[in-house]
Ligand binder design. Structure first.
Ligand code: HEC
Length: 128
């Protein structure tokens, strides 16, 4: 009897686990525009690998997603989008993202030189 009772429980836990591991991605939204321009696919791919895990609407860190939520970028005004881009450029040029603490445990999360250059080129605004 007891084992039968555990079955639905196991199913629920399994389902939760499945949902938790199902990774949504920025590149699943190829129409996403920031400051009037689509985010290039190459940029999206890097963001998905190196940034999106912490900066998406379901991210665990409230701080990270409140500061930057890639999916929500398109809901911002154009000037807010430019500001967001500037912030991204800033943290990248200072070498602050992904966070150093995080990289200590997960060095593979670091941006390669090419990836960093790509993201910086994208986030750099003409004003600078
Ligand atoms: C391991 C989680 C994690 C990853 C990966 C990560 N971030 Fe962050 N990010 C954070 C956290 C946490 C904060 C909030 C830091 C704070 O305010 O102290 C943050 C803040 C930011 C901010 C706002 C900075 C500010 O001062 O307003 C930007 C922009 C940003 N991240 C960009 C990126 C980019 C670009 C990437 C990918 C290259 C990235 N992040 C990867 C966790 C992450």
């Amino acid at each position: 009897m007891k084992k039968l009772f555990l079955l639905p429980l196991a199913a629920i836990i399994g389902l939760l686990f499945f949902q938790g591991t199902q990774k949504s991605e920025l590149s699943s939204n190829p129409e996403l525009e920031v400051a009037g321009k689509k985010i290039p696919k190459k940029v999206m791919a890097v963001v998905d690998q190196k940034c999106y895990g912490c900066h998406n609407p379901d991210a665990r860190s409230e701080k990270a997603k409140s500061k930057l939520d890639w999916d929500a970028l398109q809901t911002l005004s154009k000037s807010e989008q430019s500001e967001a881009k500037d912030k991204i450029y800033e943290v990248l040029s200072e070498g602050n993202m992904p966070p150093r603490k995080f990289l200590e445990n997960k060095p593979e999360g670091k941006l390669s030189e090419d990836e960093l250059a790509l993201l910086m080129k994208w986030s750099k605004t003409k004003r600078k």
